[in-house]
Ligand binder design. Sequence first.
Ligand code: ATP
Length: 545
Amino acid sequence: MPAASLEQIVSLAKRRGFVFPSSSVYGGLGSTWDYGPLGVELKNNVKRAWWKSVVHDRDDMEGLDAAILMNRLVWRYSGHEATFSDPMTDCRKCHARPRADHVFEAAKGRIPTGVDEINAAIAARELACPSCGEKDLTTARAFNLMFKTTVGPVDQGDDSGLAYLRPETAQGMFVNFGNVMDTMRRKLPFGMAQIGKAFRNEITPGNFTFRTREFEQMEIEYFVRPGEDEAAHKMWIEERTNWYYKLGLSPERLRQRHQDGTELAHYAKGCVDLEYRFPMGWSELEGIANRTDFDLKAHSRSEKNPDAVGSLTYYDEATKQHIVPYVIEPSAGADRATLAFLCDAYNDDLVSEPDADTTGKLKELVTSFAKSVQKRDGLDSAIKDRLVAESEAILAELPRSLPQLMGLASDADAGKIEVMRKGKGVVSKVAEEHTRTVLKLHPRLAPITAAVFPLKRNEPRLVEMARKLRKDLQSTGLRAVYDDTGAIGKLYRRQDEIGTPFCLTVDFQSLEDGTVTLRDRDTMQQIRLSADAAAQTLGQKTSSL
Ligand code: ATP
C-alpha cells in the first residue's frame, strides 16, 4: 500500500534526511524545502534516469543548459509578461486570498472560460470563500507569477535593468533552436532536453514539494515538420508514460488526461497531462503539449516582433523552402516526479501479528473512532464517508490491516477526531513492534544501492573486510555505504526505511570462505554469495532493470 497521507511522507522525509524545511534556524520560509543527503541522491537519480532515457538512449535528441537569467524580451515575446498570471480574489470577511479560478471550479464543477465569467459569478454572489464560506469576494485580478530582479549594480528606478527569474526552462530551448540545429547539423525531427530551476511566485504553494515557488523542471522541445506533429505527440505520450512505469510507478495510480478545449492554451493543438494519484488526489505530474509553431514564430523577426535579430526556421532541402517547425513539449517536474516515486514506494509492511488482546484494543479504538466521526458536526460529509469507509475496511482485516490503520492514524482529517488523536500513540507503539516501513524504490532510484555491515563492529577482521567490500562496490559505480552503528536487525530496518535494495553482511563464515550474506529489501530473503562476485551480481541486478 503506498502512502495514505502526505504527512507520512513529510515525516519520513524529515526524519531520514530526504527533505528539510528551508532556513529552519530562522523559522523557515513558507513552502521552500532543502533536499538532504538522501533526497539529493534520490532526485539526482530521477534526473539521471530522465536524461538517459530522453537524451542518451535516443539518436534524435540533444541536451542543453541555458541560463536562468535571460533578456527580458524573451518573456515579452513569449507572452509571459502579458499573460503568465493567475486570477486572485480577496475575501472581504476573513481576508483569505484564494485563486479565483479554483473557487469557480469548486462551485461549478468546471473550468471558467475566463476572468469575465469568474467576475460575473462573483458579482452574482455564487462563489464562496474556501476558508470561511462567505460569499463576499472582490473582483478577480490577474497576478503575474514571474519573480522580478535587477541586473547590474544600480537600480535606476526604471525598468532598464529589469530581468526575471525564468518561470520555465522551455524558452531557453526555443531561442537556442538555431544554435543547436546548426552546430549539431540536425535535420527534422530532432529535439532538445533541459533540466533546470524555474521560479514562480505561486499564490497557493503547498502539499509539500508538489507546488513550490522554486522548483526544477525536466523539459523537452521536439521539433517536427507540420503534419508530422500528431504522430510525434502520440509517440511522446507513450514514451513518457512508459518511463514512469519502467521506474516502478504503479499503473493504477498513473493516468493520461486529455485537456479539453477550455483548458488548452490558445496556441496549443492538444495537451495530455500525465497525472499521479497523490495522497491528496489526482494531480499533474507532467504536461505533454502540441504547441504548433507558436514559440518559434514568436521569437522570429516579424511585424509583431521587430526586436528579434532573425528567423527561427528550418530549410527544407526537399521543397527548397524555409518552414517553421511544430513543437511537441513534454514538460515534467523533477520535484513532483521525486515526490510521486516516494509516495508510490512507501509501504508499511506487517512483519508479525499482534496478539488477540492487542488486536481487540485496536478494534475498540477503530469502532469508537468511526462512531465519533459519524456524530461529529462541522465535518464535510465526503470526508466523513471516507473516514467511516476506511475504518470499516480496517476493522474487517485487523490485525493484517495494521499498516492501513497507521495511515489512518496519521491522516490530517482523522486527526480532527479526539479518539484518534489520543489513540495514535497506541497505534504507533503496536506498529513499531509489528511493522516495518519500507520504501520499495526502483534500484536505479534508491539513494543507496547497497549497505555493508560487519556482524560485530569490535571485530577488526570483519570491519576490514566489510570496509573493503564497500569500497569495491562503490568503485563499480554503485552507491554503497558502510554502517556499524547498531545490531544487524536494526540496520536492516533503517535501510528498508530509506529504500536501499540490497544489504550485505560480513560474518565469521566470511573470514573462512570469502562469502557474505546478501539480503533483499522486498522479499527479506537472504542468500550467500562470494564477496568478490557481489559487485558483479548487484551490477547485473540493477542494470537489467
Ligand atoms: P500546475 O497546473 O500544477 O500549476 P502547470 O500546468 O502550470 O502546473 P507547467 O507550466 O506545464 O505546469 O509546468 C510543467 C511541469 O513543471 C508541471 O507538470 C510540474 O511537474 C512542474 N511544476 C510546475 N509548477 C510547479 C511548482 N510550482 N512546483 C513544483 N513543480 C511545478
